[in-house]
Design a protein around this ligand. Structure first.
Ligand code: UD1
Ligand code: CA
Length: 425
């Protein structure tokens, strides 16, 4: 049994500006598969069950704090972005005493898995080291701090890319940024960290050489899958991380019995629930919080937006947008439609080209369609509007605002009026 750490504090660094993103949005809030990258780090921390979690915010802090609302973390402000060591220092001010372990995570590494961090914590607990680092080997290590080892192979420092010499830059072993510390050793090292002469920043990574020189124990755990430790600094890296995360989401859905015909064109948000034997056809965009039942047929070419719930055996697509709507079991919306702010019953058929006109320029209105209703091709339903169960609309009909089409009746024309059956002799 691995030795468990009972007195664990997690510090998440999320104050950086993310200059290389060239964005008004703080870097850690940039979404990866529709979830801000900081969210993935919070999920991971939840699994570790630490005694305390402290998130350091700074750049764009109001937005980041808004996102953190409700999360189980203390929030500490870093007034000036003086580097990762300064950020950790701000968090440590909230820790009374020097016992226990501090784990430092970065808000910009969304692919990291909880199991990996648990291994690191186990190794740290076993070796009783002052610091245990998570390292990785990369063929192209550009941008990362390089791990320096002494002649015995022990880690003795980290050279930041910006400050490294050509020889150090050759090193393929990098610092993932994920480290755990004996709290007392961390506090001592922080006091001694000086700003980098080149960038004037205080680097947390300097703690390693400082503790090494003082005879501290420094351990390293090498990460098998280096991609997990990928730090997102640019839009390009964001896109790479997003496609890796999408792969994980798709794999998870397929494991649970969902067919994804062409995974590269399935953009499915993190946290989407999709039932067994549902088939996702190519070019499908599914946003956050969407729920899809069993045995559905989704796409090709479909955009399911927030607040969409589809019952079992729904056929949705081609060329369809649905937002803030629920669709009952066995309903068909098979060809180019827009369904917004609507509630559709069971076995509803929406004909080709029909739309719910839910917005009058000022406010949105709701559309309700009863069970077994049949909406003819090219119908426009001007919300608020109600179509009774088993009712029918003729092709090209416009049901105007405020109308209630009685159950079982048929309406036709513009504006829609009841169909009067002519009696022929
Ligand atoms: C950092 C590491 C580098 C490592 C890489 C892994 C340092 C000095 N360097 O470099 O060795 O290989 O991560 O991805 O630690 N932050 C703050 N306050 C600050 C500065 C940064 O909270 O004043 C936060 C950022 O929001 C970010 C994290 O710290 O989440 C890392 O900062 P970043 O600027 O991305 O560091 P890198 O240059 O990537
Ligand atoms: Ca980074």
């Amino acid at each position: 049994m691995p030795k468990k750490l009972t007195n664990l504090t997690v510090i998440i660094l999320a104050a950086g500006e993310g200059k290389r993103m060239k964005s008004a949005l703080p870097k850690v809030l940039h979404p990866v598969c529709a979830r801000p990258m900081l969210g993935y780090v919070l999920d991971l921390v939840k699994q570790l069950k630490p005694k305390k979690t402290i998130t350091v915010v700074g750049h764009g802090r109001h937005q980041v704090e808004e996102f953190l609302r409700g999360a189980r973390t203390l929030v500490v402000r870093q007034k000036k972005l003086l580097g990762t060591a300064d950020a950790v220092k701000q968090a440590l001010a909230r820790l009374s005493g020097s016992s226990g372990t501090v784990l430092v995570l970065y808000g910009d590494t969304p692919l990291l898995k909880a199991g990996t961090v648990e291994q690191l914590l186990d190794a740290h607990a076993k070796s009783r080291a002052d610091i245990t680092l998570l390292t990785a080997r990369m063929d192209k290590p550009a941008g990362y701090g390089r791990i320096l080892r002494d002649k015995y192979g022990s880690i003795c420092g980290i050279a930041e890319e910006k400050d490294a010499d050509d020889f150090q830059k050759e090193t393929k072993e990098i610092n993932t940024g994920i480290m755990c510390f004996n709290t007392r050793s961390l506090k001592e090292a922080l006091k001694l960290i000086k700003p980098s002469p080149r960038t004037k920043e205080y680097y947390l990574t300097d703690a390693i050489s400082i503790l090494y020189r003082r005879g501290g124990i420094i351990e390293g755990v090498v990460l098998e899958d280096a991609q997990e430790a990928m730090g997102i600094n640019s839009r390009k890296e964001l896109s790479v991380a997003s496609s890796l995360m999408q792969g994980r989401i798709n794999d998870g859905l397929m494991e649970r019995g969902v067919t994804i015909v062409h995974p590269p064109s399935a953009c499915i948000a993190y946290g989407t629930r999709i039932g067994r034997d549902t088939v996702i056809y190519p070019f499908t965009v599914i946003e956050r919080g969407v729920k899809i039942g069993n045995r559905c047929s989704i796409g090709p070419f479909i955009h399911l937006r927030e607040g969409t719930t589809l019952g079992n055996e729904v056929v949705a697509g081609n060329f369809l947008e649905v937002v803030r709507s629920s669709v009952g079991a066995k309903s068909f919306i098979k060809h180019f439609s827009y369904i917004g702010d609507s509630r559709l019953g069971r076995s509803v058929n929406i004909g080709a080209g029909s739309v719910t006109a839910n917005f009058d320029g000022l406010k949105k209105g709701n559309t309700v369609i009863g069970d077994n209703a049949f909406i003819g091709s090219d119908t426009v339903l001007v919300a608020p509007v109600k179509i009774g169960a088993r009712a029918k609309t003729g092709a090209g009909c416009v049901v105007t605002r405020g109308k209630q089409v009685p159950p079982g009746s048929t309406v036709i024309g513009i504006p829609a009026r009841p169909l009067v059956k002519k009696h022929t002799r």
